[in-house]
Design a binder for this molecule. Structure first.
Ligand SMILES: Cc1cc2nc3c(=O)[nH]c(=O)nc-3n(C[C@H](O)[C@H](O)[C@H](O)COP(=O)(O)O)c2cc1C
Length: 183
């Protein structure tokens, strides 16, 4: 049976290294694992007044995709030692009723940065946010992709084999966790 993963990148830019990492994951994944990268570009900034008018279409669509996925992978950049507003905003929207889809969802976190720490600080903030959302967040292996300029080529291809192996190991661990949760 196919294992369905929804991947969310916390960066909207075309040449996002975090999105490139998710694209690499699509290539690395075994054939029985499908990875869809969510489009979060249409999600508006959270505003309770807007929410009262009805859930925006982009949010309803994203919630459905999360619900239908066996697991979620989040690739987060690090902004000022934390989670970018774009990603936090999406998590805030989908955490609201009706039917918040992250409840008991297996989730893996990874992140890419040009610096030496590879988004570790942002990832630990993200883990805290996910505690409230009651996900089953994968503890290990952690994937901190640092010094991104040396790991991706000019076309955004992940060329670093060690990083490819980390990504595959994490994906397989996520599947194992999800199957345990299901059982
Ligand atoms: C507002 C802002 C804050 C940033 N803060 C950090 C930071 O705290 N730590 C870090 O490693 N990189 C920081 N960066 C650099 C990002 O890691 C870098 O832009 C990265 O490529 C963003 O991910 P992306 O390629 O997926 O867009 C920051 C970038 C921006 C725009």
């Amino acid at each position: 049976m196919t294992f369905k993963v929804l991947a969310i990148s916390g960066s909207l830019r075309k040449n996002s290294t975090n999105t490139f990492a998710l694209k690499a994951l699509q290539k690395i994944a075994p054939t029985d694992i499908t990875i869809e990268i969510a489009n979060i570009s249409d999600v508006p900034m959270y505003n309770g007044d807007l929410h009262e008018l009805g859930e925006p279409k982009a949010v309803t669509g994203l919630k459905l995709k999360i619900r239908q996925a066996d697991a979620v992978v989040i690739a987060t950049p690090e902004y000022n030692f934390s989670v970018p507003a774009v990603l936090k905003n999406v998590l805030d929207w989908v955490s609201r009723p009706p039917e918040p889809p992250f409840n008991e969802k297996p989730v893996a976190i990874l992140g890419v940065s040009p610096g030496p720490v590879g988004t570790a600080r942002a990832q630990y903030h993200l883990r805290q946010v996910l505690v409230f959302m009651n996900t089953f967040t994968l503890n290990k292996p952690e994937v901190f992709i640092n010094n991104s300029a040396q790991k991706f080529d000019a076309n955004g291809e992940l060329t670093d084999e060690t990083t490819q192996k980390f990504l595959l190991d994490q994906l397989l661990a996520l599947k194992t966790l999800a199957l345990r949760v299901k059982a």
